[in-house]
Design a protein around this ligand. Structure first.
Ligand SMILES: Nc1ncnc2c1ncn2[C@@H]1O[C@H](COP(=O)(O)OP(=O)(O)OP(=O)(O)O)[C@@H](O)[C@H]1O
Ligand SMILES: [Mg+2]
Length: 148
């Protein structure tokens, strides 16, 4: 599948940057003319993925979060969020609804929300090395990307 456009951001794993990442992704993807609902879904996906890096990946320290947003032919968007934090030992367990290793503020619903608002989610992780979440989403269908 042909990549038409992409952007990559690297930022400190600080909670103030969660809203920055969300707005940056939405702003970049506005060229696809998404609906308000699609934009809200994209922002939520990015929020959940970035928050996980900050809260879980770097629970015991600090580091960087990388977010790549790609636009492919056929209105396909890929959002890749990665950290070099503590990693996930058991990915299927982590993706189970309501599973959390966090405190009482965590519902364990982040991965379920990412899954619900995207067309495909893949998670790669190695304990002690970090985590990468790849989210694919098709936008609209009203735009063929021919002017990109
Ligand atoms: N980037 C990450 N690094 C390390 N562990 C992670 C990462 N992302 C998720 N996890 C693990 O997967 C679990 C489930 O993540 P999920 O986002 O579904 O729920 P949560 O973050 O615990 O709660 P919520 O997202 O509802 O606030 C987390 O509790 C954590 O153990
Ligand atoms: Mg979460």
């Amino acid at each position: 599948m042909k990549e038409l456009n992409q952007m990559t951001l690297t930022f400190s794993a600080r909670s103030v940057n969660e809203s920055f990442a969300r707005v940056a992704a939405a702003s970049f993807l506005s060229q696809l003319d998404p609906t308000l609902q699609e934009l809200a879904e994209i922002k939520t996906i990015v929020s959940e993925a970035v928050t996980n890096c900050i809260v879980h990946g770097y629970a015991e320290g600090t580091g960087s979060v990388r977010m790549k947003v790609q636009i492919f032919e056929g209105n396909k968007v890929r959002i890749t969020v990665s950290d070099k934090g503590r990693g996930i030992a058991d990915i299927p367990q982590a993706m189970t609804p309501c599973f959390t290793t966090g405190n009482e503020d965590r519902a364990g619903m982040g991965f379920s929300i990412m899954q619900g608002f995207s067309d495909r989610i893949r998670v790669r992780s190695r304990s002690g090395k970090g985590t990468t979440v790849v989210l694919d989403k098709y936008i609209g269908g009203r735009h063929d990307g021919s002017n990109l």
